[in-house]
Design a protein around this ligand. Sequence first.
Ligand SMILES: Cc1ncc(COP(=O)(O)O)c(C=O)c1O
Length: 381
Amino acid sequence: MLPFIRPDLAKFTAYKPHPSSDTAASVPTQFDRLDTNESPYELPPQLKEKLAWTYQQEIETNRYPDGGHEALKSAIAEYVNESALLPSLFNAANISVGNGSDELIRSLLIATCLGGEGSILVANPTFSMYGILAQTLGIPVVAVGRNETNFEIDLKAAQSAIEETQNPPIRVVFVVHPNSPTANSLTTAELVWLKSLPEHILVVIDEAYFEFSQTSLVGELPQRPNWVILRTFSKAFRLASLRVGYCVAHPEAIGILEKIRLPYNLPSFSIAAALIALQNRPLLLESIAQILSERAKLIEALSQQPELQITTSNANFIYVRLKPNSSHSQDATLKSLHHKLRTLGTLVRHISGGLRITVGTSEENARTINRVQAALANLES
Ligand SMILES: Cc1ncc(COP(=O)(O)O)c(C=O)c1O
């Protein structure tokens, strides 16, 4: 370890999201990439052309980007209002944009917990970046579990953690609505609990998959200054490569995020792409219905496998577990299933307890069904 580096960083490894860069000879080079919950569809050609035109005609590559993001923030506020059916709920002062919502998660951690000020609470399994980013900042992570059947947060454990965690106390609770990897939306009991949290605890509700679930808590924000909502252009809006996320919150909280972020956190090209995506949202969001119908088919087909247990999904991915009475040892089997699928050409995410599979194109999903069947048959032998 380099002598000038914080010793606590020794235990971390760099995040490697796409193992497809591996060159193992036994692995096909063309994967169905169903491990990161992206949209399976690219931007339509006419929007790519529009973006290329904008790049050529309007973006001055020698100039810094628009560091204030005013046009983008206003367009986002309009979209959030429209999707909440509340025409003048928010304006640009309620929005901060980040280099992916990952950047906003880090900014929220810096604003609340850095320097021994606070710990965070997560309910596992959940999106891993909350814990990863917290740990790289030296922020303690308190984790509670979930109900095995419906994945509801263990609220008793969560409340005890809030009451008992000292030095530093819990300052932020992160929840995903719907959760990744388990694909369930927040329940009424979870919402009642979140609403009961005192104002000195920040509640981060990550709605990365909002366009698939169509349930949002933005309408709660005016009454709850300690709540913020995160969203992203990486999923339904098909812009994962361009890294644009946003936070909706009380203007005072937004003011803090604006202080913390890097001055030119979004490249001009990304700003242009997000604006074009928003201007053309009816066209882009047309794909949601298709993805939801593919999801239903995928769940239906995989549920025929006697070994598998698949719960409802409110997102663009499904969470697959092995039935408890299956004769196989759970995690070893999942690991083997994950590996076999990869060898057959389908990348999925293995998270302790289950496999998370993104809904792809209908061709990809058909291959997923065949490959899962083949991999399971192969496990038996
Ligand atoms: C719950 C959740 N939040 C945030 C993100 C990251 O979004 P972004 O690409 O905007 O950083 C993801 C990506 O998988 C996610 O699942």
